[in-house]
Design a protein around this ligand. Structure first.
Ligand SMILES: [Zn+2]
Length: 305
């Protein structure tokens, strides 16, 4: 905290207070689990635009080695444009049976809903005001990416991560849910922001279905706590060990309250200043030691549905 500005310290304090207040034990008998998700977007966002194919190759190769060695599954939410550029690299994920689950992250990293972070938060995090796309644009983006996943990887896509993430996911966007349903989507991971349109999302937010919106067949699997790159932008990219410690603290809560924790890492950010993937290795090993089951998003969806 010492290295944070006063304004930022105040915001972090407010957010932490919010977590304490809203943290509740959900009505669930499920075993505690952590779902591993990588938004795979090299070459499709500003942050991931430097030598994208090289970054993608290094990241995917390193992640495959680690996941195979630790025998833990993961979901890769792939942007269509990244797939067009790097399908030869991403195809390797298909060589390991069911270990890797491949879903989509739209064709061009298009937001499914608008985001309006407070000005002070936006200033410290480089987070931008973003306008959600129209349902017809979303339909095109999702359909096109489905076709690319089928063509290059022989994958039938049923899940989507919403680019940027939104407060309360798609509960107020039935028109978007309709389009997703028509394009075969059965689980969404879009609830990635708290009521400040920022991070972290409290762990009391647990998976739910959109039955109140008329779509009981679609499950929302939120990604709580912090998106990895945003934690590191706010607290410091060089603080790898502090980030690991933070994730261990989250795992402690997940284990003791029997919760489901959806994570959001990125192809480009996991290897930034952590080429040996120490953060991910520590997360997997700590989860195992605390008897928290490590799963992919699809495994969770299939088990819960
Ligand atoms: Zn993304």
């Amino acid at each position: 905290m010492r290295s944070l500005s006063k304004g930022l310290q105040r915001i972090v304090k407010l957010i932490e207070q919010d977590i304490r207040l809203s943290f509740q034990i959900p009505d669930s008998q499920n075993m505690s689990s952590v779902l591993i998700g990588y938004d795979t977007e090299a070459g499709s966002t500003i942050e991931a635009s430097y030598e994208p194919l090289k970054i993608l190759e290094e990241s995917i190769n390193s992640l495959i080695s680690l996941h195979v060695k630790e025998d833990v599954p993961a979901t890769f939410f792939v942007v269509g444009k990244t797939l067009q550029m790097g399908h030869k690299v991403l195809k390797k994920l298909r060589e390991y049976g069911g270990l890797f689950d491949i879903q989509q992250h739209t064709y061009s990293h298009t937001p499914l809903k608008s985001i309006h972070p407070r000005n002070d938060i936006a200033a410290i995090s480089n987070d931008l005001e973003v306008n959600g796309a129209t349902p017809s644009k979303i339909a095109n983006e999702v359909r096109k990416t489905n076709e690319l996943l089928s063509k290059y990887l022989d994958v039938k896509c049923t899940g989507i991560r919403g680019p940027w993430g939104y407060y309360q996911g798609l509960v107020d966007r039935p028109e978007v849910l309709k389009v997703l349903k028509e394009n075969g989507i059965r689980f969404t991971s879009t609830y990635l922001r708290n009521k400040e349109d920022f991070f972290p999302v409290p762990l009391s937010v647990q998976p739910f279905t959109y039955k109140d919106q008329g779509f009981p067949e679609i499950m929302e699997i939120p990604a709580q706590d912090w998106i990895d790159c945003c934690w590191r932008v706010v607290y410091g990219w060089g603080r790898t060990r502090a980030f690991s410690k933070h994730l261990t603290n989250v795992l402690d809560k997940v284990a003791s309250k029997k919760l489901v924790w959806g994570t959001c890492f990125h192809d480009w950010s996991v290897i930034t200043m952590d080429h040996e993937l120490e953060v991910m290795r520590t997360l997997f090993q700590t989860a195992k030691s605390k008897k928290v089951k490590v799963m992919s998003y699809s495994q969770y969806y299939n088990q819960a549905g």
